[in-house]
Structures are given as structure tokens and as C-alpha cells.
Design a protein around this ligand. Structure first.
Ligand code: MLC
Ligand code: AMP
Length: 505
């Protein structure tokens, strides 16, 4: 019986007692041990009444057990919905409600709020802690260690990943077995991954980068992962001499470069550093090569499409570019107004088509139609150009989006919360260059007539509603927002005015 992701990522390793998750300080896990754990979880999902196609939402810390939940979902045909651990319970409520999740896995510290919300919504709640304990793994203790995978079609949805939008409404991107597997196969070959590799995994596993790019590639190739709970500089420095590859957001690389212990010698066993999720500055690329002799390989992707383009493994890794469209991916640059393909070298909207492109947004056909053309091209919202020799460069975004340390923040999400605070007439949220996070959030606030705004009140007022990473790091109080003749807020002007607020921070 076919189950495309199971057959490719898990089946070959079922009885392999080869290193899979190398843990710092706790027990390492072999491929076999990981899959036995995942099998017990898959039985537990069935025992809890989940059927193929049901959604499981998980807001849990990174751990082997959390990754095993993903694997269990694939085995049982359950749609996996991972959530940023930084989200407040109010943010999570929306995802649970919108997806119609049958089961929510959370941390005990969320018990009071999230558990209560789940009770209200009639959704089952179980716990999974960072150390692998909790009511869910407990329920799995005596389940069998073999699970016959549920039959799945390549077009069946394997995961639902929410991405916000310029309207402030989060949309669940439906990713099928084919979407995920085709991209994993292409990338594994493009980046030459094999069972000899040891990948430093310091990314979160609730996003495309850490889950589908890093973990799926390791599984397909049989590579091991040094599985760190988060990006801790000392732990990454300690891991480097045991590793061959690393994947990260640009903040990983700037932080490494800022540390005097990060040397060429430390990278002696490394063959490849990969960067993505946000623009890598050319100066970082050059400084990295000077320090280590390695040219970072930059690639470009997004939640809806997985990876679209990559600099080559062999050949020139050109700083400031995201390389060539990947095999099987068509990438074109179009006129944002007409959709016509533009001549080589011109800047326009990047559109992509291929087996990597998602199936659409969960129960939002009209949103899907706005971004996914009938001919299969997805309108990315990224502005770019293709050079004569085929390199793609991203020059900006048409979507109103801030990318901070690889996390996406949609200004509308933040503005809606700010506008609701007492004394705030209106707000405008922008991104400004930040030395550590690449970009960080700035809010311009206009008080209601007669009101005096106190920033600490504002900060307290938003903290229950917005994940910490979305919260503004700098505020400006203005008499009015700059507007054009049509009355539209001139964010470009605000970005220019406040471009230096994080300089030196
Ligand atoms: C943490 N904080 C952030 C933040 N991460 N604030 C803004 N932006 C971020 N990215 C908050 C913390 O809550 C903390 O709040 C403060 O900032 C300082 O935390 P820190 O200790 O410096 O942060 P750290 O834990 O080191 O995290 C930084 C990071 C992490 C860059 C290592 O954010 C990270 O791992 N980012 C990767 C994101 C990612 O995987 N993106 C892929 C998306 S998929 P306080 O209150 O203490 O000040 C995608 C598609 C593709 O985009 O192409 O890949
Ligand atoms: P997400 O929705 O979290 O998947 O974020 C996807 C967005 O991240 C893309 O649409 C781009 O704007 C941005 N992105 C990803 N990789 C890169 C890159 N290498 N350079 C510039 N932007 C990138």
C-alpha cells in the first residue's frame, strides 16, 4: 500500500540502528529507535480516534519526540499542523478553530490557557514537554513499535502550515505528499546529501526550513542530525567539528562571524553551509568566505512552495543572488499588473510552478485564486530579476512583510492589535534594518485627540495578543501618518525616515 512520504523517508530506515538524532547531553537516537517511537505515536493517534485527513495541531518545544509526532502523522495519514512556540494562546486559538483540529498537543505551561480554550472548543488537548514527557507520550508507552502505514495518494495533504497575509488573516497552506517529497528529492541531490553527512540542526521544526528542508533531507539521505533545541552559539561552535553541513537563517551566520572562536580550523570537517528564509547580505557572504574558506550556498523558498531556487553546489555561488530555479521548478518574472513575462534582466513579480507548489489555502478558495493562477503558477509576492546567465536575485517584496531573524511578521497583524489599544487612533508598522535580525519591527502610533501614550502601557497591552517576535522593538509617536493623495499610508516614507533606528543595537 503506498504512502509516498513514508515509503521514501521512513521505510528504508525501519531496522537501521544507525545514528539519526545526535543529542547534546541526552541519549542519541538511531533511525530504528526514532521510527519505533513514531510507530507507537501513530498507534496512539488512532487510539485517540484520529482518522486519515484529521488535523493535529502541535505547539511543542523541539525534541526528538516532537519530530516523531510529525513522522507519526505521516504514518497515520493525519495532517500535521506545527505552530510557532512563541504564539500566544489567542493566536493559537485561531489556528485550531480555522483548521478544525481534532487534537492539540501543547506544553503543560500552556495548560491553563490553551487547555481551557481547547475545552471550550471541544478539542482534545494532550501535553508533550521539551524533555519528551507528557500525557501524549505516556499514552503511547505500551503501544506496538510497528505500524502499518495508512494508504495515501501523492495528492493527499500531509501538512498544513499557516502563513499570514497582508490582510492580517492567516491562511493554512496545504502541502501534499508530492509537494514535500518532490522537493526533498531534488534538494538531496542538488546539495549532494548522503548517509555520510552530519547536519547541524539548530532551526525550529515548526517551519518549512527546519522541518521540510532540513529534517526531510536528512531522512531521505540517511544523514544524521546534531539536533539542538535552538540556535545557541556555544552549542553550535561545539558541534561544528563533528559535522559536515549546516542550514540556517542569515542571523546564524552573522552571529557566528561575531564570535572570535569561529575559525577555519573549527570548520575542518564541514563541506556545506546553506542559508535561506531571509536575504543574506553580500558582505556576510564575503566575510564568511574570508574567515572559513567556505562560500555559503544561498537558496530561496517559502511556505507555499518549499524551495524554488538555489545557488549551485559546484559552480559559482554568487553573493546577493538565490541561484538558479531548481530542477522541476519553473520560475519567471512577470509584470505585476498584467502578469506578462518580462524580458531578461527586468525587475518584476517572481512566479513559480512545479510539483513543489502547494495545493491551495485550507478552505479559502478565493484567497487561493488570488495567488495561485489557473495555469499553476504561484504569485510569490517577491520582486526579483533573472540575469542573462540565469541567476535569480530578489530585490524586494510587493507584500507588506517584515522578516525578522527568519520569522515572518505581517504588519497588518500587529497594527490590528495596536489600533485596538486605548488612546491609539491609528498605527503603521514597518521593518527597519537590524544588525542581528536583518530586519526588526518599528511602530508609528498616532494618539487619539487628548490622549498621552505611554510605551510601557502599549507593550503591556499587546503582550497577551502577539508573540514576542512580532512585537515592535521601537516606537515613534506621531501627530499623523504620512499619506499620499489617495489617503494611503506611505510606508516607504516611514521606512526611509526610520531606517537607522536599530543602527548599533
Ligand atoms: C527570538 N526573538 C525574536 C526572534 N527570535 N525576535 C524577533 N525576531 C526573531 N526571529 C525574541 C525572543 O523571544 C527574545 O525576546 C529576544 O527576541 C531575543 O532572543 P534571542 O535569544 O536573541 O533569540 P534566539 O532564541 O537566539 O532566536 C533568534 C533566532 C531564531 C534567529 C536564532 O529566531 C531562529 O531560530 N530563527 C529561525 C526562524 C526560521 O526557522 N525561519 C524559517 C521560516 S521558513 P526577549 O523578550 O527576551 O527580548 C521560510 C521559508 C524558507 O521562511 O525559505 O526557509
Ligand atoms: P515564509 O512565508 O515564512 O515561508 O517566508 C517566505 C519568504 O521569505 C519569501 O517569500 C521571501 O520573501 C523570503 N525568503 C526566503 N528565502 C529568501 C532568500 N534567500 N532571500 C531573500 N528572501 C528570502
Amino acid at each position: 500500500m503506498p504512502n509516498p512520504l513514508f515509503d521514501a523517508l521512513f521505510a528504508p530506515h525501519l531496522d537501521r540502528e544507525t545514528p539519526f538524532l545526535i543529542m547534546d547531553g541526552t541519549d542519541d537516537l538511531t533511525h530504528g529507535a526514532f521510527l519505533r517511537e513514531a510507530s507507537r505515536y501513530a498507534h496512539t493517534l488512532v487510539a485517540m480516534g484520529l482518522a486519515p485527513g484529521d488535523r493535529l495541531a502541535a505547539q511543542v518545544d523541539k525534541s526528538p519526540e516532537a519530530l516523531a509526532v510529525y513522522a507519526a502523522c505521516i504514518m497515520a495519514g493525519v495532517v500535521f499542523l506545527p505552530l510557532n512556540t512563541g504564539y500566544t494562546h489567542l493566536e493559537v486559538d485561531y489556528f485550531i478553530e480555522n483548521s478544525g483540529a481534532r487534537l492539540v498537543l501543547g506544553r503543560a505551561d500552556a495548560l491553563d490557557e490553551l487547555h481551557r480554550d481547547c475545552n471550550r472548543m471541544g478539542v482534545r488537548f494532550e501535553t508533550l514537554e521539551a524533555d519528551g514527557s507528557g500525557s501524549f507520550p505516556e499514552a503511547a508507552t505500551f503501544q506496538p513499535t510497528h505500524f502499518d502505514p495508512v494508504d495515501r495518494d501523492a495528492e493527499d495533504v500531509a501538512a498544513l502550515l499557516y502563513t499570514s497575509g497582508t490582510t492580517g488573516l492567516s491562511k493554512g497552506a496545504m502541502l501534499s505528499h508530492r509537494n514535500l517529497l518532490s522537493n526533498t528529492e531534488v534538494l538531496t541531490e542538488y546539495w549532494r546529501f548522503s548517509s555520510d553527512d552530519v547536519l547541524i540542526h539548530a532551526l525550529p521544526i515548526f517551519h518549512t526550513h527546519g522541518l521540510f528542508v532540513a529534517s526531510n533531507i536528512a531522512l531521505l539521505s540517511g544523514a544524521a542530525m546534531i539536533f539542538l533545541p535552538r540556535f545557541n552559539l556555544d552549542h553550535v561552535l561545539a558541534a561544528l567539528p563533528r559535522a559536515t553541513t549546516m542550514m540556517g537563517v542569515p542571523t546564524f551566520y552573522t552571529r557566528l562571524l561575531d564570535h572570535p572562536d569561529f575559525t577555519k580550523d573549527l570548520c575542518a570537517t564541514m563541506r556545506l553551509f546553506i542559508s535561506g528564509s531571509a536575504p543574506l547580505l553580500s558582505e556576510t557572504h564575503r566575510a564568511f568566505e574570508e574567515r572559513t574558506g567556505h562560500r555559503i550556498l544561498e537558496r530561496y523558498g517559502m511556505t507555499e512552495t518549499n524551495m524554488n531556487s538555489s545557488n549551485p553546489y559546484e559552480g559559482e555561488r554568487r553573493p546577493g543572488t538565490v541561484g538558479f530555479p531548481l530542477p522541476e521548478v519553473e520560475l519567471k518574472v512577470t509584470d505585476p499588473d498584467t502578469g506578462e513575462t518580462l524580458p531578461t534582466g527586468e525587475v518584476g513579480m517572481i512566479e513559480v510552478r512545479g510539483p513543489n507548489v502547494f495545493k491551495g489555502y485550507w478552505q479559502m478558495p478565493e484567497k487561493t485564486a488570488e495567488e495561485l493562477r489557473a495555469d499553476g503558477f504561484f504569485i510569490t509576492g517577491d520582486l526579483g530579476t533573472i540575469s542573462e546567465d540565469g541567476y535569480v536575485t530578489i530585490v524586494g517584496r510587493s507584500k507588506d512583510l517584515v522578516i525578522s531573524g527568519g520569522f515572518n511578521i505581517y504588519p497588518k497583524d500587529v497594527e490590528q492589535v495596536l489600533d485596538d489599544l486605548p488612546g491609539v487612533l491609528e498605527s503603521a508598522v514597518i521593518g527597519a534594518p537590524h544588525p542581528d535580525f536583518g530586519e526588526s519591527v518599528v511602530a508609528a502610533l498616532v494618539p487619539e485627540q487628548g490622549a498621552v501614550l505611554d510605551i510601557s502601557d502599549i507593550e503591556a497591552g499587546i503582550s497577551a495578543h502577539l508573540a514576542r517576535f512580532k512585537q515592535p522593538r521601537h516606537y515613534e509617536i506621531l501627530d499623523e501618518l504620512p499619506r499620499n493623495t489617495m489617503g494611503k499610508v506611505q510606508k516607504k516614507k516611514l521606512r526611509k525616515t526610520y531606517k537607522d533606528v536599530f543602527k548599533g543595537s
